[in-house]
Design a binder for this molecule. Sequence first.
Ligand code: ATR
Length: 277
Amino acid sequence: MKFQLIGYPIQHSLSPWIHGEFLRKAKMEGNYTINEIKRKEDLPFQLEEMKEKGVTGFNVTAPYKQAIIPYLDELDIAAREIGAVNTVHLKSGRWIGYNTDGLGYVRSLKVKYPEEMADHSLKILLIGAGGAARGIFYALSSEGYQHIDIANRTAEKAEEIAKLGKSWTVSNVYTLEKAEQKLNQYDLIIQTTSVGMKPEADQAIFSISSLKPGTIVSDIVYQPILTRFLQMAMENKAKVHYGHTMLLYQAQLAFEIWTGITVSLDDMDEQLQRILE
Ligand code: ATR
């Protein structure tokens, strides 16, 4: 089976390593290669070429998660609602688009914190309103979590996301300053912006001063693995959830779509941490 990743730049992507491990674990013949596409205009030609080469599934990363949509034959409901695609599968000659980013992330939270995540009334704060926040909001909302507030620098962008959810009327939209004062109300706090990534590793979107006991704090930034935001969460005795798990679980879901096989992630979490450190 042949799989690919398209995007630009993608030379340092970890997806070939992750899917290489999956193919090995599933005892399947095949490969996962990168296909760096520099110009958006080349997308339709590249799709044709992938078909000719026998590629049956590919991942899409920046900057093409939205640009790929007009060239696909169908979108599943998540990709349609989120308005972005990260996984494409060739089925009966037709390219079908999916989005496994947010769904994968929510799966990772459920695996790591099964008891806490079993409570659908837990109070959730999502920080940020970009593409990543959109995927996570959709996943949480479609899996029945009823209370999701959003905090963002630009209020209008947060309002747009809030309208996506089935239960958007119970969600509140806050400024970052307001959310900072309300942190001790939440059971789960998810940081989805790029603030805190290398080389601004000493930055955090805001400071964490008081949390409810047992709050789970998650940051989707995975370079560095331990962000300033997560350090502050630890100092406040939070349970932390690292960003690199999103990478693993979105890939697990993509592989499931392409092959029907759910590979076990076993030791891959620790291995990936070592690669990133
Ligand atoms: P992605 O698709 O990776 O989520 P994005 O769509 O560019 O990226 O979204 C970036 C998010 O990070 C947005 O919520 C953005 O806030 P705005 O909507 O106000 O632009 C947020 N963000 C980025 N840099 C920020 C900063 N320095 N301070 C606060 N928020 C920031």
